[in-house]
Design a protein around this ligand. Sequence first.
Ligand SMILES: [Zn+2]
Ligand SMILES: [Zn+2]
Length: 281
Amino acid sequence: MYLSNYHSHSLFCDGRGTPEDFVKFALSAGFKAYGFSSHAPLPFETNWNMTAADLPIYLDHITYLKEKYKGRIELYLALEIDYLDETYNPSIPYFRDLQLDYRIGSVHYIPVLPGMAEENMATIDGSFDEFEKAVKIHFGGDVKQLVKSYYQSSMSMVEAGGIDIVGHMDKVYMNGHRCSGFSMEEKWYTKLVNDYLHLISEKGLMIEINTKNVSRKQHTYPHAMFFPLIKELKIPVMVNSDCHFPNLVNDGRETGYDLLKEYGIRSTRELIGGKWRDVPF
Ligand SMILES: [Zn+2]
Ligand SMILES: [Zn+2]
């Protein structure tokens, strides 16, 4: 197994350690490759995104670390970029013009009211209380409507482009599955995910197996029930911990690999010397 992680955070956004703290843990765990993917700036300030003013400092700092640790670990410079709507997403020139090793595209916010402000967004990645409130206020109490909007945004993100990896592709189930009226087994839901996976495959993108919530919630994103289709469509995958704490760089990896193996997926796509390659495990 190629020890790597391409989805991680640090003090530049909502992570709880300097980038170098994360590198030290990755080195001690025997990692070969480690990528930084701070939450990219949004058009409004939040508790978890990098500010636009910090972006150049981030780019310089990770570039400096890449050089400093050369020969010991391959470090990569990336961003986790939000899809908000057609005006603000990974495909806009602001992001396209950056010199990055790769880009992760994620949907955390669904715009529910006009105007680019945090209070006009429903978040899928916050507390269950917030999620439930958003369903009630903005989706008429029908969780299906929120889930459909999430996949609409996700499909638009993949259509718009400017990304290499789809981040935690079905994370809406984290809170969604606790609402009545939501079941991952139902046709309306599996069809949304199936359509999404077909589009990801068509566009030649990679997806991550995000293990951030494996220890706490026993969730992977995507859920393993979709691994057979991922295998059938031959979508390249990698296992990412999406860590926010340095001691969690490797959290959930074993479960991620066990599940891949169980469903017959026997290679991960890895960045080696700056090129993506399939590595069997
Ligand atoms: Zn995310
Ligand atoms: Zn993340």
